[in-house]
Design a protein around this ligand. Structure first.
Ligand code: ZN
Ligand code: FE
Length: 747
């Protein structure tokens, strides 16, 4: 029995080739708990066979175990692939969607039935998770079911020697799904005509909505400023950077700085968006003044074909949704909602069963940092050290993922976005229902955030009302720390440094700069930054100048004239005095020590971002402002509360004297120094030497790099998130791990 990611990746044909190559009779069969290989052979041959399975498996497979059980078997004339059984409750893994392979791209030009067939695929590539409805992974259980194979495809599907042997989505020009272009009440069919029309639209400065693997995308020419600005305006999402798809890796490297690691990820079968430095500017509205680009390469045959027709080297390719709603997957909905945005919708007649947005990663210190875990990654499990069977983790509110436990595997769901409105909550519930049925999951233990107002906790409540199961509530930053402990299978106590935006603390305040001593049983809060008033609550997140004012009123005496600073000259006088009195009179001004808010304040003081139009904009602009190199940092005072007053006074003093880039880097260095300083103190008191770094602020490449380097130089062992995001997308894994550990220690 072979367990792991072994279905939908060309595994049975691989076994077949291996067995027939050795002349071993027997059979291979997909079961819901793995792939069962029966061989008529002796023990030694079986062991050798198992070794070769591990060594030679297809590239998208990942093998967890190969178990050999000796026994009596019937007579086999040769080796065969037997139809799947749907027997066990113990489910095997589902492959993420795989980008089209080179051989299939070659076939687009040479395979008679598939010349320019835009859904070409084989056992090594093609859609998987996005089309699956139920396990095991067979065509009838996918959204390919309505398409009856033509005799030619059927022959290939049944031919053991063929690359499309048992490739479930196999199809061709005569039997498979087709694209249709909708524009101004007309439709165009025929792939050439559609591609020509899209090319014309892009070169004329228009945009197009196109159905991708896991949802709709919006596309326009990334070099045409007018087109990009227009798309932005219509999408009602002013400045959030757009992802860009480049023609090929050579073109991408002309426009961007892609290091070796970045290139590996860009070209991998997962084909994520990789955030990299920009070399030659694209249209200014693409990245809104940031020095980075979210770059990706074509992953569907359609994308490759499109670049034959369009002249531009790069197209904007952003999620087809309106502002913060989930990416659209339905064709009718796309025509209803996206037609007004682009005037042209390109769909295809195969349903998307599971919504998966594009994944986003960033390489930090040569390692993967996940920003958004979706297409190409979901639903791949994270191996953890304890049994998490039946644990459901509801996740956080922002950048939500939920996570379910199957044995010693945590299965984080795909990115759901911010679950704070009806549409995202519905998608969130949908993901839960989907995971429950796909993985035959019934919760026996539910875990959620401590925050009393999270919508995600409502799901926990609903489940509790249905099933009588225990509920655990976990503090947000403790869950961040636990997400790293889970990924790295850390046992015992660790130092947790969580630099984050927002999270509900045990004292009712908003936390987010936490130095914890944590184990899987409990945590102790060792230190945190100063508490600062957040005038207007969430309004202070959208308007970083409010946080700047709050810091100044707290750190300067009454004689200081805030209004004299350039930042506040740009703020409406009435608004300024309202916010000022909110702070002074404590009206709607909750306390926060979230590190993100201090990044906001400094970013505002430097005039980089007095007001935001997208999430984390102020810290992103602050990081992007770093150009100089220095190890200098500002003074700070340490203790249980870490005082940032000296730093703010120096920054204000430097405003007219030092350049922005210098202040930005010195601020980052100060935060990294504080991290080192506090970790040294904790080490002195406790002897602990392992540090876990997590929280959304650590998506800041400079800060994570600097802090890791300082800590490593002083002999600390540093752990960060690689398989799940350091941002709130990783919370559910931490929650799940803590619940599983708690249950196993109670048992
Ligand atoms: Zn292929
Ligand atoms: Fe968080």
């Amino acid at each position: 029995m072979v367990r792991g990611l072994v279905q939908g990746v060309g595994f049975r044909p691989f076994i077949h080739r291996l067995a027939t190559g050795k002349g071993l009779p027997g059979e291979v069969i997909n079961r819901s708990d793995g792939v069962l290989v029966t061989l008529d052979c002796d023990r030694q041959q079986a062991e050798q066979f198992a070794g070769e399975i591990r060594l030679k498996a297809p590239h998208a497979a990942s093998i967890r175990s190969v178990e050999i059980t000796p026994g009596e078997i019937g007579y086999y004339a040769g080796f065969s692939i037997t139809a799947s059984l749907d027997a066990d409750n113990d489910v095997t893994e589902i492959s993420p969607d795989i980008a089209v392979c080179d051989e299939c791209l070659g076939d687009l030009e040479s395979d008679a039935g598939r010349i320019d067939y835009p859904f070409i695929n084989c056992t090594a590539c093609g859609p998987r998770f996005s089309i699956i409805r139920a396990l095991p992974y067979d065509r009838v259980n996918t959204t390919m079911a309505p398409f009856t194979m033509c005799p030619h495809c059927k022959a290939e599907y049944n031919d053991i020697a063929d690359r499309r042997f048992h490739a479930q989505p196999v199809a061709c020009n005569s039997c498979g799904p087709v694209y249709t272009l909708h524009e101004g009440g007309h439709t165009i069919s025929g792939i050439q005509a559609i591609l020509e029309r899209i090319a014309w639209r892009l070169s004329s400065g228009f945009s197009v909505a196109i159905k991708s693997t896991g949802g709709y995308n919006l596309m326009c020419d990334a070099l045409n400023e007018e087109a990009v600005a227009c798309l932005r305006k219509k999408k009602q999402r002013d400045l959030k950077p757009f992802a860009v798809m480049f023609r090929d890796i050579t073109t991408l490297k002309e426009y961007c700085f892609a290091g070796r690691e970045e290139e590996v990820h860009l070209l991998s079968w997962r084909r994520p968006i990789v955030i990299i430095g920009s070399r030659i500017p694209l249209a200014p509205s693409v990245s809104s003044g940031l020095k980075t680009v979210g770059a990706m390469l074509p992953h569907m045959p359609f994308h490759h074909m499109l670049f034959r027709y369009v002249s531009t080297p790069a197209v904007v390719l952003t999620s087809g949704n309106l502002s913060d709603e989930p990416i659209i997957t339905g064709d009718d909905e796309a025509i209803r909602s996206l037609m007004p945005v682009t005037g042209c919708v390109v769909s295809y007649n195969r349903e998307i069963s599971n919504r998966v947005d594009d994944s986003v990663i960033r390489i930090i210190n040569g390692k993967t940092g996940m920003v958004r875990r979706a297409r190409g990654f979901a639903p791949q499990p994270v191996e953890i050290a304890c049994d998490a069977e039946g644990v459901l983790a509801a996740g956080a509110e922002q950048k939500n993922t939920l996570c379910i436990g199957k044995g010693k595997q945590a299965l984080p769901g795909q990115f759901n976005g911010d679950v704070n409105n009806v549409a995202t909550y519905d998608f969130y519930r949908e993901t839960y229902t989907l995971y429950s049925s796909l993985f035959r999951f019934t919760p026996s233990y539910v875990v959620c955030d401590m925050h009393p107002g999270y919508l995600t906790s409502r799901l926990a409540g609903e489940i509790l009302a249905e099933l009588d199961v225990p509920l655990l509530k976990v503090q947000h930053h403790y869950a961040h720390a636990a997400s790293v402990m889970a990924e790295h299978k850390l046992e015992g106590k660790v130092i947790g440094v969580i630099m984050d935006g927002t999270g509900y603390g045990t004292d009712g305040n908003i936390w987010g700069s936490e130095f914890l001593v944590a184990s899987c049983h409990n945590f102790e809060r060792f230190a945190h930054f100063d508490y600062m008033k957040m005038p207007g609550g969430d309004a202070a997140v959208r308007e970083p100048w409010r946080m700047a004012l709050s810091c100044l009123l707290s750190y300067f005496d009454n004689n200081f004239d805030c209004r004299s600073l350039r930042l506040f000259q740009s703020v409406d006088e009435r608004k300024f005095s309202i916010v000022r009195s909110m702070i002074e009179q404590d009206i709607n001004a909750p306390l926060t020590c979230g590190a993100g808010r201090f990044f906001d304040a400094v970013s505002a003081l430097l005039m980089l971002c007095p007001e935001t139009v997208f999430d984390s904009e102020a810290p992103m602009r602050l990081e992007s402002a770093i150009a100089a190199r220095t190890d200098e940092y500002y003074p700070f005072s340490s203790g249980e509360t870490i005082g940032l007053g000296d730093m703010f006074r120096r920054i204000v003093f430097d405003l007219d004297r030092d350049d922005t880039s210098m202040i930005a880097i010195k601020f980052h260095n100060t935060i990294a120094r504080i991290i080192l300083d506090v970790c040294m103190k904790i080490k002195k008191e406790t002897g602990l030497n392992r540090v876990v770094l997590s929280g959304g602020v650590f998506q800041n490449r400079y800060l994570l790099g600097k802090a890791s380097t300082l800590l490593s130089e002083r002999g600390f062992t540093v752990f960060t998130n690689h398989q799940v995001p350091a941002n709130d997308g990783g919370i559910s894994l931490g929650q799940l791990f803590l619940a599983a550990e708690r249950r196993s220690s109670c048992a």
